[in-house]
Design a protein around this ligand. Structure first.
Ligand SMILES: C[S@@+](CC[C@H](N)C(=O)[O-])C[C@H]1O[C@@H](n2cnc3c(N)ncnc32)[C@H](O)[C@@H]1O
Length: 238
C-alpha cells in the first residue's frame, strides 16, 4: 500500500531503526490488537453486528475481524475516503465507506444497529474537544442501546508530551479543551445508560513478554500506561 501512495517516505525510513521509532510501531500495533480483542469479544455474542471504524484513515481493522457474517462501515473525511477507495477494495454487500465529518452526527443515520453494533476510534479523539466527544457518545448511547464504543485515550501529561508534534503538524496550537482522560471510569461516567470499562493500552491485554520485545520497550510500555495514562476504554450502551 505504501508503494502505491504518492508520498516520500525517505525521511521516515532514516529513523526506522531507532529506539523510539520501534516503540512507536509497537505502540500502534498494540492499539490495533487491543481494539481487535474487544471487537472479537463483542462479535462472539452478536456475530452479525456492524463494526464502525470512526476516523478510519487507511486502517483495515474491520476486515481483520471479519467472521463472514458481520458488516463493516468506515467513516472519514471525503478526501480520505476517496484515497481509501483507490487503495482498499470494498467488499460489495457487507462493507461500506461513508464520507463525513464524524462531528456531524448525520453519519449515524447510515449505521445499522439492528443486529448489534460496535463503534471504534483509534487515534482519533485526541483531536476533538471533550464536548465533541461527549456529545457524540451521548447521541450514540441514545440511538444504539446494546451497542458499544471502544477508543484509546491519553492523560493530560500524555496529551501535552506525545501529541505535541502531531498537533503542531495539524496546526493545532491550543491544546486547552482537547480530550484527555486521567481516570476513565470516573471521568467518562457521563450517563446512567453507559457502562464504562477501561484497560491499560500497552500491557492491559497482552504482557508483551516475547523474546522479540526488548526489556527497555516493555519498561517504556509500563511508563506509557502508568505515567502517560494511555488506555483503551469501552463504553457499553445499556
Ligand atoms: C491518526 S489518524 C488514525 C487513522 C486510523 N484510525 C488508524 O488507526 O490508523 C486520524 C484519522 O481520523 C480522521 N479524522 C479526524 N477528525 C475527523 C472528523 N472530524 N471526521 C472524520 N474523520 C476524522 C483523520 O482524517 C484521520 O484519518
Amino acid at each position: 500500500m505504501c508503494e502505491r501512495l504518492d508520498y516520500d517516505f525517505s525521511e521516515l525510513e532514516k529513523s526506522n531503526n531507532s529506539f523510539l521509532y520501534e516503540f512507536g510501531s509497537l505502540e500502534a500495533a498494540m492499539r490495533q490488537l487491543d481494539i481487535m480483542w474487544e471487537i472479537k469479544e463483542y462479535l462472539k455474542k452478536r456475530p452479525r453486528a456492524t463494526i464502525v471504524n470512526l476516523g478510519c484513515g487507511l486502517d483495515d481493522t474491520g476486515k481483520a475481524c471479519d467472521n463472514g457474517l458481520c458488516r463493516v462501515m468506515n467513516v472519514d473525511f471525503p478526501d480520505v475516503i476517496s484515497v481509501r477507495k483507490q487503495l482498499i477494495i470494498e467488499r460489495c454487500c457487507r462493507e461500506k465507506n461513508v464520507a463525513c465529518d464524524i462531528k456531524d452526527h448525520s453519519w449515524m443515520d447510515k449505521a445499522d444497529g439492528s443486529d448489534g453494533i460496535i463503534f471504534f476510534a483509534a487515534g482519533v479523539f485526541h483531536y476533538f474537544t471533550i464536548y465533541e466527544v461527549k456529545s457524540m457518545v451521548l447521541e450514540l448511547s441514545k440511538r444504539f442501546p446494546g451497542g458499544c464504543l471502544v477508543f484509546d485515550s491519553v492523560g493530560k501529561l500524555g496529551l501535552k508530551l506525545m501529541m505535541k508534534t502531531a498537533l503542531k503538524n495539524m496546526d493545532i496550537s491550543n491544546v486547552k479543551g482537547l480530550f484527555y482522560v486521567n481516570n476513565p471510569k470516573r471521568e467518562l461516567n457521563w450517563s446512567k445508560n453507559i457502562r464504562v470499562t477501561s484497560r491499560n493500552y500497552m500491557l492491559g491485554y497482552y504482557d508483551m513478554k516475547s523474546p522479540n520485545i526488548r526489556f527497555s520497550h516493555r519498561l517504556l510500555a509500563w511508563i506509557a500506561d502508568r505515567v502517560i495514562k494511555m488506555s483503551i476504554n469501552r463504553m457499553d450502551f445499556v
